[in-house]
Write a protein that binds this ligand. Structure first.
Ligand code: ADE
Length: 223
């Protein structure tokens, strides 16, 4: 998979993709991440990318021309399965959307800033708008990092134990069951016996039960 990210702050996105799973995905040739500096497409001597909003009001709006030129240039080089705009008024990101994006080939992600982007860009070019939650970040970069991380780890060959994504919270709309590691007894608090039994079927049943129980308690809306 290739993910192109259009941003005015490429530096902010350099580190999140250089560790752990995403680094592994890149090393294995499963994921290519390409940061595109929108400033290159800015207008005039000052490489302007934003301007005052029509109708007045505080806050600058990202202009059509730099973003449209940038996206058109990228589209002339390859076709994209989705052109995604990160925005708090987009569709709330969930595991279902992450799963469906993880089977795509080319994604283009646009990070907004200030008051957002000119509405006409959304009408003309954006195919999907994603929010990572009901709060406002200072820009779309951290939201894009969340999206890319969630998608990247699902690419076949990234996780070492291929089955482990199956037990993630939210797969099957269930939260994950509790997990334990050594020691068996930590300050008198002991690991549930069933997990030490070696009885694989019973362990699976126990995990499923606990996942349902936890979901009922914490996120009944998922059930
Ligand atoms: N940009 C600013 N806030 C955001 C959010 N909550 N989700 C996605 N993009 C954003």
């Amino acid at each position: 998979m290739r993910i192109d990210i259009i941003t005015v702050l490429p530096e902010l996105l350099e580190s999140p993709f250089n560790h752990s799973m995403l680094q592994r995905a890149k090393d294995r040739g499963l994921l290519e991440i390409n940061l595109v500096n929108l400033r290159q497409y800015g207008l005039g001597k000052h490489k302007q990318i934003d301007d005052y909003q029509y109708g007045g009001g505080a806050g600058l709006v990202m202009m059509c021309e730099p973003i449209v030129n940038c996206i058109e240039q990228l589209k002339s080089e390859r076709s994209y399965d989705e052109i995604i705009y990160m925005t708090p008024d987009g569709e709330r990101l969930n595991q279902k959307t992450v799963n469906s994006l993880s089977i795509q080939k080319n994604l283009l992600v646009l990070c907004g800033h200030y008051k957002g982007i000119d509405e006409r860009i959304r009408e003309l070019l954006i195919t999907k708008e994603i929010s990572i939650g009901d709060y406002v970040l200072s820009g779309g970069e951290l939201a894009a990092a969340v999206l890319v991380d969630a998608v990247g780890r699902l690419l076949p060959g990234v996780l070492n134990d291929e089955t482990s994504a199956l037990y993630d919270s939210f797969q099957d709309n269930l939260l994950s069951p509790p997990v334990y590691t050594r020691p068996e007894d930590f300050r008198g608090s002991v690991v549930p016996e069933i997990l030490l039994s070696g009885h694989e079927k019973k362990i699976q049943e126990w995990r499923f039960e606990k996942a349902v129980e936890r979901t009922q308690q914490r996120r009944p809306d998922l059930l």
